[in-house]
Design a binder for this molecule. Structure first.
Ligand SMILES: [Zn+2]
Length: 422
């Protein structure tokens, strides 16, 4: 009777090498006895970082010393490549060796999660700001926003549910254009399979690793075989072995399946993107950061690029929490070329956003959400510095008209009447 550990021992290494070469489409080089190397099939490898070795338990292991940093046995490789369950992977390997009398291990693989146990994890909104001076990353973010925007605009029928979703949240075609809102098609999309941006920029990325690097640093691509991330089981199943080039095989668009909202600073330079699922399950906003991305979102204020002049002119700001709250208030403005609304994309001011607000010399702070005491103290300290006033509207309930909340406050501010009359 053969068992799970003894058919992956050093005795089977030759069979394993040949099998892995066919399975993964790689060519191993023998380094010395029981040691082989190849270009890693799971990332864009350039120097044989994929190694085969025998560990102290006489077990053959596959290890990537490059981007994946993963360590797998033959069953894990079969699961990764074929997207099989652990039991099926054992069956395939035993049959390949001609073993008929095999005792299954009923546990689960320590390396690869079972396919049906892992769905895409929810992620909360996060932040991105390029390191100062990294013009290539800024350009990559601008490219990405434009690619997704063009896709959404030119596929009104195909992405009808997205258009309908945005319309329900008071975001119409004109607003989509003005705010450069876009859509990144999901992994399940037949044409793009979650790689609209990668496919769009791959022709020059292949010739230019630096361009790929800029998109990567901008947090715009997701590396699918990163065993250390939440949702690894879900993402590693999105590796597409039908694709020959290592970039679009092992990477996908970070925002796949999301509406995409670019974030600009007060000078209208893109400093990040935020993604939103078109359904209401789990956490809906996609964090745009990972350990490889040298970016932070701490200075994000959605809409500040549009608002900066009128905030200074009226010395008034309406602070809201989320992006759709932003549009609820934006739609009330009589003159939409002079919006005074800004979304903090979260329920508090960071020291960075507080510094930006201080620079505006604001007199009337209209706060359109429920802040806890800490949040209130923060805004009151800033207001006190400029001798300003803070008006709290409370949180905007689903279906509540922001006009009714805002009217009494606006009436109290003399000379300020940006609100449309109904
Ligand atoms: Zn690798």
């Amino acid at each position: 009777m053969e068992t799970y550990p003894n058919i992956k021992s050093a005795a089977a290494i030759d069979a394993m090498i040949h099998y892995a070469e066919t399975l993964l489409g790689v060519r191993f080089t023998s380094v010395r006895k029981n040691r082989y190397s190849a270009l890693c099939p799971f990332h864009a490898d350039t120097q044989d970082r994929f190694m085969v070795y025998v560990n102290k338990d006489d077990e053959v292991r596959f290890h990537c010393f490059g981007a994946c940093k993963g360590d797998w046995d033959i069953y894990d490789l079969i699961m990764l490549r074929k997207k099989y369950r652990f039991r099926k992977a054992q069956q395939v390997w035993a049959e390949h060796l001609g073993v008929t009398d095999y005792e299954y291990n009923d546990g689960s693989s320590p390396g690869i999660p079972e396919p049906d146990e892992s769905s895409e994890p929810g992620e909360s909104v996060g932040f991105v700001e390029p390191k100062k001076g990294d013009e290539k990353v800024v350009a990559a973010m601008e490219d990405a926003a434009n690619v997704y925007h063009d896709l959404l605009l030119s596929n009104e029928d195909r992405f009808k549910p997205i258009w309908e979703y945005l319309a329900r949240r008071s975001v119409g075609k004109e607003t989509i254009g003005k705010f450069n809102i876009g859509y990144a098609p999901p992994y399940s999309d037949e044409q793009y399979s979650g790689r609209a941006l990668i496919d769009g920029c791959l022709p020059h990325v292949e010739k230019d690793a630096e361009a790929f690097d800029a998109f990567s640093k901008g947090g715009l691509f997701r590396f699918l075989n990163d065993a250390t991330v939440k949702g690894y089981g879900y993402y590693c199943r999105q590796i597409d072995f039908r694709r020959k080039d290592p970039f679009s095989r092992n990477y996908a668009d970070y925002f796949a399946g999301r509406m995409v909202f670019p974030i600009y600073d007060a000078d209208a330079h893109p400093i990040g993107l935020v993604g939103r699922c078109p359904d209401d399950r789990g956490v809906r906003w996609l964090k745009h950061q990972n350990r490889e991305v040298p970016l932070s979102s701490r200075s994000w204020l959605y809409g500040v690029d549009k608002a900066v002049r009128s905030i200074r002119q009226y010395r008034t700001i309406i602070l809201v929490e989320g992006i759709f709250d932003y549009f609820a208030f934006y739609n009330l403005l009589k003159d939409q070329d002079k919006p005074v609304v800004v979304s903090t994309l979260g329920s508090y001011l960071t020291p960075e956003t507080a510094t930006i607000l201080k620079g505006f010399d604001i007199e009337h702070y209209i706060v359109a959400y429920d802040w806890d005491e800490l949040g209130r103290n923060g805004i009151e300290r800033i207001a006190a510095k400029s001798g300003g006033w803070v008006y709290y509207l409370g949180g905007l309930a689903e279906g509540q008209a922001p006009y009714d909340m805002l009217k009494p406050v606006v009436d109290a501010i003399s000379g300020f009447s940006l609100i449309r009359s109904y």
